[in-house]
Design a protein around this ligand. Structure first.
Ligand SMILES: NC(=O)c1ccc[n+]([C@@H]2O[C@H](COP(=O)([O-])OP(=O)(O)OC[C@H]3O[C@@H](n4cnc5c(N)ncnc54)[C@H](O)[C@@H]3O)[C@@H](O)[C@H]2O)c1
Length: 431
């Protein structure tokens, strides 16, 4: 899809597509869209999640995989073959350096499923090259990166969707409707949890990276370290240099339902407790519990589930406590406690939220209509901030006070210092 097509579509869709709820109506994809009407997508980072991106976008009638990119040639070749097998007509080009993908004028959007420490830079550089972005969670490695992303993507008028696909599901929409209906009364407490923690991964020796892998590029803006396989594919997420462990991995999946339902504001304090693993070189929390104080709302993150209805079967969950009742949910189930009864729905609560056509279709529709999708950057950034602050509290082992307007800690230079990091040269974060 060329730039002028974008403008044509913008006129076409925005002229008649505002729904009664003030939300953009979600267009029904036309089967067999003409090639000129398809959004041309490049997938960057081809681990298990990048391959899911490839499958998802390949299956959309009005999207087309135009390029695949990974700095690991072995993974790149395997994924190219996989695409050929599911779509023999595909003419996707392959790249080891994402900057060459961004040079392509005929690519409309990129998806990014690299490790977390690359998310912001890839998204910003893509937006500077005129691309829209479907980017994986967690949104960013640091809070400062989120600020830079917001400034750049807004300035370049880029569409952004965070890859939290559960957001699009029926259960989250229904939970949000029930909470927003007020039937449970004012929500004063939310409990979020994810069982299990990050492993230490042992003490493997350093070794030469495989010839097929560009290790220096993989590290990108992160500090230089010698290669050992556990630092790289998949298990990188257990190192604080690249991510924030199980906590950072799952925070946005389940905090999403809290933000979707009540969008808490005015975060003022964060207190993490936890331990790093003792059995290896990885340093993300083996367990972490966090107390957050928002305006009129207490939020507790725990590694063990709280004792609430249904939680024994949920490895991840959210529990809302209101003045009149409570609701416990995970990605697909919910238990409502009202008047001493446990229910799965409140039929008297009307359907008020527009349902998603699917998380990736929602993005493609937004690209075509030049609107922002459901998990857009403003939303995703606000949802991600508490996670960054909790990791800093974990690292410093103390309670932190936060000024949510200035986006700085109160009277704590050391904590402020950890809101950003110095990029390893030649990489730098655009301001
Ligand atoms: N939405 C979800 O449910 C979900 C599920 C799993 C993973 N994820 C997210 O997806 C991302 C990837 O996770 P994964 O498990 O597939 O990781 P992975 O380590 O298996 O794959 C990442 C791939 O990115 C490549 N890569 C690294 N830097 C690159 C760069 N600069 N340019 C091109 N390629 C680069 C690596 O070589 C690797 O093949 C993570 O951010 C993770 O949090 C999301």
């Amino acid at each position: 899809m060329k730039k002028d097509m974008k403008i044509n579509r913008r006129r076409f869709i925005t002229s008649g597509a505002l729904g009664v709820l003030g939300l953009p109506l979600l267009s029904i994809p036309s089967r067999n869209a003409a090639p000129s009407d398809r959004v041309r997508v490049a997938v960057i980072g081809l681990g298990s999640q990048g391959r899911s991106h490839m499958n998802w976008f390949n299956n959309l009638p009005d999207a087309e995989i135009a390029a695949l990119c990974d700095l690991d040639k072995k993974r790149l070749e395997e994924t190219r073959k996989q695409l050929q097998s599911i779509n023999p007509d595909s003419r996707a080009d392959i790249y080891t350096d994402f900057r060459h993908v961004l040079d392509r004028k005929d690519i409309d959007a990129i998806t990014c499923a690299t490790p977390d420490h690359w998310h912001a830079l890839v998204a910003i550089m893509a937006s500077q090259a005129g691309k829209d972005v479907y980017g994986e969670k967690p949104l960013t490695y640091s809070l400062t990166e989120g600020q830079a992303m917001l400034k750049n993507l807004k300035g370049n008028n880029s569409v952004f969707q965070l890859g939290t696909q559960i957001h699009a599901g029926e259960n989250y929409h229904r939970v949000a409707e029930i909470i927003q209906s007020g039937r449970l009364g004012k929500i004063h407490t939310v409990r979020l949890w994810k069982t299990g923690g990050s492993p230490g991964l042992g003490f493997p020796p350093n070794q030469d990276p495989p010839d097929t892998l560009d290790w220096n590029m993989w590290l990108g803006p992160a500090p230089y370290e010698e290669y050992t396989p556990v630092r790289c594919h998949g298990t990188y997420r257990y190192f604080l240099d690249y991510s924030g462990g199980v906590f950072a991995d799952f925070w946005c999946h389940i905090a999403d339902i809290m933000f979707m339902s009540i969008h808490p504001k005015g975060l003022s304090s964060i207190e993490s407790r936890g331990e790093r693993p003792q059995d290896g070189i990885a340093d993300a929390p083996r367990w972490i519990d966090v107390d957050f104080k928002f305006e009129d709302l207490n939020v507790y993150w725990t590694t063990k589930p709280p004792d609430v209805p249904g939680s024994d079967k949920m490895h991840i969950g959210a529990h809302f406590e209101g003045a009149n009742g409570s609701l416990t949910c995970d990605y697909t189930t919910r238990f409502i406690k009202l008047n001493n009864e446990i229910l799965t729905d409140l039929p008297e609560v009307p359907v008020t939220l527009t349902r998603s056509p699917g998380h990736q279709q929602n993005f493609v529709n937004a690209v075509k209509s030049r609107t922002q999708p459901e998990s857009n950057l403003v939303y995703a950034r606000e949802m991600t901030i508490p996670m960054h602050l909790a990791v800093i509290s974990f690292r410093l082992k103390r309670k932190l006070r936060w000024d949510s307007l200035k986006e700085r800690f109160i009277g704590d230079e050391a904590a402020d210092f950890l809101l950003s990091r110095t990029y390893r040269k030649p990489w730098s974060l655009p301001s």
